[in-house]
Design a protein. Sequence first.
Length: 558
Amino acid sequence: MTNGASEPLDDFVRELVRDDVANGRFMGRLQTRFPPEPNGYLHIGHAKAITLDFELANEFGGICNLRFDDTNPDTEDTTYVDGILEDLKWLGYQPHGAPLYASDYFEQLYEWAEHLISEGLAYVDDQDAETISDQRGGFGQPGIESPFRTRSVEENLELFRKMRDGEFDEGARVLRAKIDMQHENMQLRDPVMYRIRNEPHHRTGDRWHIYPTYDWAHGQSDAIEGVTHSLCTLEFDSHRPLYDWYLSKLPLPSDTPRQTEFARLELTHTITSKRRLAALVEDGIVDGWDDPRLPTLRGLRRRGYPAEAIKEFCSYIGVSRANSRHQIELLESFVRQHLNATAQRKMAVLNPLRLVITNWPEGEINEVEVVNNPENLDDGTRLVPFTAELYIEQDDFRADPPPKYFRLTPGREVRLRGAYFVTCTGFDVDDAGTPTTVYATYDPETRGGNAPDGRKVKSTMHWVSAGHAVSGSAALYERLFSTEIPGTETGDPMDDLDPNSATTLENCMFEPSMAHLAPGEVVQFERLGYFAHDPRTQLLFHRTVGLRDEWARIQQRG
């Protein structure tokens, strides 16, 4: 690969797993899981976690579950469940067995909560959330024990059962673990295990009036499923002692899972916070969760990013213990490299200017042969109609050219891709002085774009036949956030939104074969970049990436 890697990099997680397997931990068995919360769609950061979980299982002969951690009825929806399943399939990964859900374990989690209460390790607290938060103190500050911490086991069991039966209002009571209110790790200062929520759940309906917190459900779900290695991002580092404490106090059905944290994936000019992504959608700043400017997997797919390129990128950056931010140009270089080898070339004129060949035989329609992909000659060739009236890009003609401008100007000869040499003989303008039609003559001896006398030209231009072109639209994109790290100066990433990050060009002219492209197909517009055919709108194309390798330029500059 031009990016410096030909295979997945080794990392500390693989070393850890390799040692565990070699030493017979978990009887040499490996089981991972990908545990998304169904409260939003997956983004590029999830792609790193997915590839790690599934590729580890593949490499070591293990299995990987898909488990939805659906413990919050306020924000979860089956729409997100379906979307996550679609995204996972698109990436090319098949979970072991049917999807699993934390909600499948609500009864077991409840029984284990009663077990902790019976052991004097959990209690019902009548204080509100704000008071509980205040009493936890802070780093270097003491915590304050709840006045309800000394309730008897019998009273706690009675109150907890009434919480389950819906006898109390939301916020009236919570169940907390009884650990240590003076512990230096804030996660261990009597964390909340259950809250009252009188909201229907997308899978359990109105059956439950209490719902487990993520920390209480997560490790126990791992244990129920037989997960051996629970891989989490670094923000869960401080949660690991709590993960282990819960598991150590319960009669588990199998070995205790091992939690390990790794650095999450962050990109420049990008945010991955679900809350902020949801705000972009809800406020109408972007066109839904699949807006091509978003880092969501459905947005990247609509923009034309190949799944294989994303997986190769995740493999290349590897897994580390320290958070870092990668240049988005690096990801784009993987996309460009993949598309360069796979995408067919097409001719498209985004800002059309009429070109008339005055010495072309009247009424004649010629067909010129052009290569579909010079990087893969097995893709063959295609025939493109050539006539007296063509469209070229407005930028490809200048009546008064600047220095080092080598495209079409009065008296200059250029090559039309795969067709002929043409020489500009004149042009028309409108009342504002803008060129409307360019006139040229062609050399019939240069068919195929080569001169038999060996003469050279300095520019080759793309074109489409005016009488055969199909009209459509092209969406062009800049960075959604103008700064490399959104929110650096003000603390609010939304302050760095680029209001002009998307531009749609109408009345673009495409060669006729583009009318038959499949939804989602990505092609290279000659000289312009890679574009993806929108999956829903015929002849709407999203600019995937440009032709220039910006990552190589950044490396040279660095």
